[in-house]
Design a protein. Sequence first.
Length: 95
Amino acid sequence: MTESIHTAVAVRPQTLASDRLLARLNELRETGLIRLDTEETSALAAALDGIVVDSVDLFGSRVEPGSRGGDIDILVMTTNKPLEISRRIGIRFFA
């Protein structure tokens, strides 16, 4: 069985700004393309704020409208100390 990855959020090289990212996530949520509530979109935008990335992709069950539950799968591509960036995002998301 082949699992397809559906990407709902794709951000290309830039320093992320939480207000722009939050607006994009809310737009995708309101159109039903992602299954995140307002608290989750706010937390995700805040966690990624100010981080320099090559790309960010949201994938997995949260971009499947017919699915239920599930964790939030994000792929952050960066050349700026990936382990440090990963830790920073996790700490900020759950703060």
